[in-house]
Design a protein around this ligand. Structure first.
Ligand SMILES: [Zn+2]
Length: 118
């Protein structure tokens, strides 16, 4: 991958990181303002909402790790190279999923393995 493409993906990843961090912060702010006890009718929906938020926050934290990993790959020159087969991951795939660490062929194979393991 040339330096122009790398700069493009670095910017993309940094924007994603800021966005994800902002989402995490906003979730925490909402929780902090919700210190009042809900009435009975609200309990179920509040519990549902919080479970949903916890899942989202977990997802965002995992995503942040992937973003950081991708940025460090740009730094050490391995960004865009499939971790499974060492081929280049296609530009379109990276554009759609900048944190991808395997090419689409390997992704399909890995998913097949996952399915057969279950
Ligand atoms: Zn591959």
């Amino acid at each position: 991958m040339d330096t122009k493409d790398l700069a493009y993906f670095r910017k993309l990843l940094e924007d994603l990181k800021l966005e994800t961090l902002k989402e995490l912060e906003e979730d925490q702010e909402i929780d902090a303002t919700k210190n009042h006890l809900p009435d009975d009718n609200d309990v179920a929906s509040v519990q549902y909402e919080q479970a949903f938020k916890i899942r989202m926050a977990e997802r965002n934290r995992k995503y942040l790790k992937k973003i950081d990993k991708a940025i460090s790959k740009i730094d050490n020159g391995t960004y865009g190279i499939c971790e499974e087969c060492d081929n280049e991951i296609s530009f379109d795939r990276l554009k759609a999923r900048p944190v991808a660490t395997v090419c689409i062929e390997c992704k399909i194979e890995l998913e097949k393995e996952e399915k057969s393991a279950n």
